[in-house]
Design a protein. Sequence first.
Length: 589
Amino acid sequence: MEFTKEQYDIIHSTGNIKINAVAGSGKTTTVIEYARSRPPKSRILYLAFNKSVKLEATKKFTEKGITNVKVETAHSLAYKHIVYLNNYKVRPQGYKTNEIAELLYLQGNEEKQTKYIIANHINKFFTYYCNSDKEKFQDLNYLDTITDNKAKAFVSSFYDYIVSHSQLLWNKMDKGQIEITHDFYLKKFQLSNPKLLYNYILFDEGQDASSAMLDIFIKQKATKVIVGDTNQQIYGWRYAVNSLEKADFKTYHLSTSFRFNQDIADLAMEVLKFKRHIGDHQTISITGKGNCQENKTKAVLARTNLGLLIKAIEYVTEKKKVKHIYFEGNISSYTYADEGASLYDVLNLYNNRHYLIKDKLIKVMKDLNELEDYVEKTEDAQLGMMVEIVREYGNKIPELIRAIKEKHVVNNEKEKAEMIFSTVHRCKGMEYDAVQLVNDFVTEEKLEKLKDNKKKEEINSTIMNEEINLLYVAISRTKNSIYIPESLMPMDFHYSSKIHVMKVAGKKEKQHEEPTITAKTDNKEITTKKAYTFDEVRIKHKEAYKPWTPELNHELTVMYFEGVKPRDIAKHFGRTGGAIRSRIKKLEL
């Protein structure tokens, strides 16, 4: 095989190195060749990011006849050293908020949901600590991880209680009184300062490693190689750190992508330049040498579950010729939150059918407004998206989800799918011939407004950097062509035939008409108002996502008591009817 000069230099390098590799640049191929070039009797450890990457890497090393490489994940190493030796029992799915409240006998106040909000934050602080490189809970400031003012105010008032009970949760696991989590045994492994007896350690996907993983890696005496893409860090919400930036090693680059062509490479580079709006940004170079001409595998990619479900509903109700679709990670995973609450639980709360709610946390909520208050104080984005879906579709949800499931193929029939649906997090590492983006990513216009309206210190550059990374990762999944909403395009960017810009709908449509969609399930048709798309929201409801200020609340209250209809109030404020009705309930008018 012929290698590029960049690959050749890495393969023949010495000492500790880090490799910053653009999407599709053959980093796994390079690392395998690096391992093959070491002395035959060398003991080599390859640390993969997750189990699926571990299995794929094991297969590739075996195919190349390389027998002196041991492939592990950080968790599989920790499991062998901690779980076996201590005879712990692992709880793979972790603990739900209501379970934490019960295990720790949490006390609230006169508001019954207070103890559940506290439990949620204990769970998050525990996870934050386990993924950190710190020795004690007190070495961390949990408030640093919270952005919403309402959530921050709540945590501040209960901070000492949250810290002490996070420690109590750790103690219960440590003593074997309750089942341990994956995060726990990895942290305990890191605290034990393990010595890994290898000559070389190769650490893949370094941009998404936790501080605990990086600490274990850095402290080893072996020659160390860490590889990843600083612009593909998208797991900050799981307390990942960009390990490539933290590792003080000699830097090498892989800047040639064999996945996509130069047109896509140019678009990817322009999107990464968005970062200049939020701080200092170092421009990177990407050379696109992909030559795929097929459009067999097509995917719709979204930033959020909500955006993806809305687009899937559009497909099954409007594009009649599409008979088979597939969701990366299975369709059911998109209708459940991490803690197990389902979209149907939120719908039953909306309908005041508590007897049908299965999730204990949702069951204790009085109504949807109370759940929204919980979401605000915990920053639970997944539950928040479910509330949005229920607000928008209401009781049409079961029929619409059933319509999607009827066209959904099982895992081993994925190749039958005419369209694959996925969020960016679920398609990490995947590639498709053609990609269509949902219009729920950050835009350059939004970043410019943020820079103009806020002081530099008020902008959360870490979060916004990750938002830009999500768009970059989505674009770089394509091998051939991309369909991208006009609003996501970089300003003044001249594009080619491989980049299809989708014009924003709405300008030529009759504003007074409500288009309809029809879904066919169980031999009956469901006809309803067409769900909003993100394109339409941006055109028709420009103010839809602005926070409610005391002045706006007062203006809404006056209009409501003067008898103005909610639909007219919605037009006045430039928001959706659902948002106005929700606010009226919130203000208890």
